[in-house]
Design a protein around this ligand. Structure first.
Ligand SMILES: [Ca+2]
Ligand SMILES: [Ca+2]
Ligand SMILES: [Ca+2]
Ligand SMILES: [Ca+2]
Length: 383
């Protein structure tokens, strides 16, 4: 059975020395280790000359100069000192055997009713320390704490190790790192499950940061991007812009024969029947030109967050690749790149036939930049 012995570090805190003839001043305790003085919860109850220290009034007026700490970081942790926020003092915490008589003083309980302290694992990044209060001889729940989460591609330090969106090769002190949504197509081909997005994109904005690219559901894709910018963006994550044949291999699905990257889940068709039931399925198919709008009404065709259409994916053996058909057209590396680059899959303002895997009307030079043209990244090595 261990208990904690608390020893006040501050030698100048003379008024705390009552009843102690040992090597440093102590908080005033009796032989049983109990703090003496009227109980209190704040300084006002000990006015005019006292302070509420560890739940008891002590006849001492601390000055600001006596306040050594607000957090543990300001105390010598290597020597076993922690900060006692209620007094602003660094205290030494050392386990002692129950019943052992410390040097000239009593054995104190682990904490005193009403004593607060900070809690939690980190205050870096998205994390926040919380507070907890002593009651019934122990500290209660940690209020307000925000603990580390898995690192995701979002321009934030989710796992609170001081690194933002760190890759597998540099995970930092917390082993979590960004694991983009990537699907294995074959033994030598991996592809983004979603159209590429910027790290600061979300469902309502495309973001402005080009530091790296992400494959993430729910983020608006990165468009208005030139061919060369797309090549560079894939390079930031150790991947390459998808080659045309690799892109087609994914789009055709595991059967190798799908016309669209489209997988109806209600039994109403297969990946080759998109146009047949388009009128009934348009809202759940892929994001193409909306032909149901009434004449004269505003154009509702628009880019949507990646993965918005739950049935718009190529069904592959090891995962689903979303929005190859529709949403943003995608740059690919073709036989005549970078002079003539295939744009594949059609976009939100193309009809169903323009959303097929094989529709190859569009090629563009390296400087084209359009709001309906994006990209995705591939790799021939496991990312
Ligand atoms: Ca992050
Ligand atoms: Ca991090
Ligand atoms: Ca990390
Ligand atoms: Ca697309």
């Amino acid at each position: 059975m261990k208990q904690l012995r608390l020893e006040v570090l501050l030698l100048a805190l003379a008024p705390f020395a009552a009843g102690c003839g040992c090597g440093g001043p102590r908080i005033d305790v009796d032989d049983a280790g109990n703090n003496v003085g009227p109980t209190c919860t704040d300084d006002a109850q000990c006015a005019p000359s006292g302070r509420c220290v560890m739940g008891h009034c002590q006849d001492v007026a601390l000055t600001d100069a006596m306040v050594l700490c607000a957090t543990n970081a300001e105390c010598d942790a290597d020597a076993g000192f922690v900060c006692l926020p209620s007094t602003g003092q660094c205290i030494h915490m050392e386990p002692v055997d129950a019943g052992e008589e410390p040097d000239g003083g009593g054995v104190l309980p682990a904490c005193f009713d009403g004593e607060p302290r900070s809690c939690g694992t980190s205050k870096f990044g998205e994390c926040r320390l919380g507070t907890q209060t002593c009651g019934d001889g122990g500290f209660g729940s940690c209020s307000g704490v925000v603990n580390p989460l898995d690192e995701v591609c979002n321009l934030r330090d989710d796992d609170c190790d001081g690194l933002v969106d760190e890759p597998k090769t540099m995970p930092g002190s917390n082993p979590s790192y960004v694991q983009d949504a990537i699907v294995k197509v074959s033994d030598n081909l991996w592809i983004y499950a979603y159209e590429a997005s910027r790290p600061d994109a979300d469902a309502t904005k495309q973001g402005i940061v080009n530091a790296r690219t992400c494959s993430r559901a729910g983020a608006l894709p990165w468009t208005n991007v030139t061919y060369n910018e797309a090549v560079s963006a894939c390079g930031t994550v150790g991947m390459t812009l998808c080659e045309l044949n690799d892109w087609l291999g994914a789009c055709h699905g595991k059967s190798g024969s799908c016309n669209w990257s489209f997988t109806p889940t209600d039994g109403g068709g297969d990946c080759n029947s998109y146009s047949d039931d388009a009128n009934g399925r348009r809202s759940t198919g892929c994001n193409g030109h909306d032909v149901t709008q009434t004449p004269g009404s505003p154009d509702t065709d628009a880019l949507k967050p990646a993965g918005s259409k739950p049935e718009c994916y190529a069904d592959l053996n090891e995962g689903n690749v979303f929005d190859l058909s529709g949403n943003a057209k995608e740059w690919t590396v073709g036989p005549n790149s970078p002079g003539e680059n295939p744009l594949r899959g059609g976009s939100y303002n193309n009809s169903p036939n323009g959303l097929t895997c094989n529709f190859d009307f569009s090629v563009a030079g390296p400087d084209l930049r359009l709001p309906n043209v994006g990209f995705r990244c591939c790799s021939h090595n496991e990312p």
